[in-house]
Design a protein around this ligand. Structure first.
Ligand code: SAM
Length: 357
């Protein structure tokens, strides 16, 4: 029998230690004592690429346009979330830059008062393709942090992996970000066996050359085709082995709730990160919630339960207390871990593009 991986699993706490229910204004604390500070907001399930580990080449079942949250609806949810202690909104998708009102989304969210009246932080994960035209407006509107995804530096591989010949556009987006003042800048790469695992050192060097930090992500079972296999993914330990041949790696202490473990390269200050969701889960410190583009709250990437905000948002007289109540129900339902390594694990029905990565 396979024993579920327990690394990073939270400890259930007694009712006297934490309130897992709360009332409007209280922080979002789950039954394991995890306080939620980060809301990932998916703005669309559409994307300009078709990465094999994420979306099908054709025949994707797109979310109904009528169900996509409007700008006002997103701002309303985010305002309630901020009053419940959310301090960071990370915009994602799909490809967030495909949203025609993206600059306004950033501007309106950045204007929300966070807990204690402090400004909230607006971050974005993007494929970078539209950054050259949009980045100045996004920064002026209040974008604070940027992660750009890039899995290979080889044009043919890029085309095979994303099913689009757009490496040059992504590189132009990274160049635009590197030329801006937005720091820290991060580049995300999914490491895959026999696809890009011979490029790990080159990808880190590319990031360093652009004053960015490379973050490798272990491939997770979230592809639309349900073809993920443990053999195909490249583990954190393998990534570290490969990088150790080029740099001396020293762990950066003080990870907190961050998904990435980080290492200094040759004593620093330059660093590399690994998000080892599969082989070293960090669920015990998870402070994240997710909002899909069609108004479903999720408490985990791998959850099979969603909490539907659309009826509240679109009902006559639906109040903010009901949105707050749904946020709390979602947090209350959070399990101790994602259970990818559990024999009974079931991949969620939605692909990553429809959940929001
Ligand atoms: N379109 C944007 C982008 O390319 O960054 C944002 C959405 S994308 C789903 C967010 C991140 O999720 C990307 O860095 C992507 O590589 C990662 N991702 C998608 N599917 C994944 C999977 N099955 N396993 C690990 N990471 C995945």
């Amino acid at each position: 029998m396979v024993i579920p991986v327990m690394i990073g699993m939270p400890r259930a706490r007694g009712a006297s230690e934490v309130s897992a229910v709360g009332v409007p204004g209280d922080p979002l604390v789950d039954t394991y004592g995890r306080v939620h500070r980060d809301l990932r907001v998916s703005l669309t399930d559409r994307c300009s690429l078709r990465c094999t580990y994420c979306m099908p080449e054709q025949g994707n079942e797109w979310l109904a346009r009528s169900s996509i949250l409007t700008l006002d609806e997103i701002v309303r949810i985010a305002t309630v979330a901020a009053s419940a202690g959310i301090t960071t909104f990370r915009l994602t998708g799909g490809e967030p830059l495909l949203r025609t009102d993206i600059v306004e989304v950033v501007r309106r969210l950045a204007a929300i008062d966070g807990p204690d009246g402090r400004p909230v932080e607006i971050a974005m994960t993007t494929n970078g393709i539209r950054l050259p035209e949009l980045l100045p407006g996004l920064i002026e509107a209040g974008l604070g942090r940027l992660n750009i995804s890039l899995d290979t530096l080889d044009r043919e591989r890029f085309r095979d992996l994303t099913r689009r010949d757009r490496l040059d556009d992504v590189l132009a987006g990274i160049a635009a970000a590197a030329a801006s003042d937005l720091r820290p800048l991060k580049i995300n790469a999914v490491a895959m066996r026999d696809v890009n695992d011979d490029e790990l050192v080159d990808l880190v060097q590319f990031a360093l050359d652009h004053d960015a930090e490379l973050r490798f992500i272990e491939q997770m079972p979230l592809d639309a085709g349900h073809t993920w296999s443990r053999d195909h993914m490249v583990t954190r330990d393998e990534i570290l082995d490969r990088l150790s041949a080029r740099w001396t790696l020293t762990p950066v202490p003080g990870r907190g709730g961050a998904p990435a473990e980080r290492w200094m390269l040759d004593g620093g200050p330059r660093t590399v990160g690994v998000i080892a969701s599969v082989t070293a889960p960090f669920c015990g410190d998870c402070d994240r919630l997710r909002l899909t583009a069609d108004g479903q709250l999720r408490n985990c990437l791998f959850s099979t339960t969603e909490y539907d905000l659309l009826p509240i948002l679109r009902a006559e007289g639906g109040g903010d207390e009901e949105i707050d109540g749904m946020l709390r129900a979602c947090v209350r339902g959070k399990l101790p871990g994602h259970a990818i390594n559990d024999p009974g694990f079931l991949q969620p029905a939605r692909g990553m593009n429809a959940i929001g990565g």
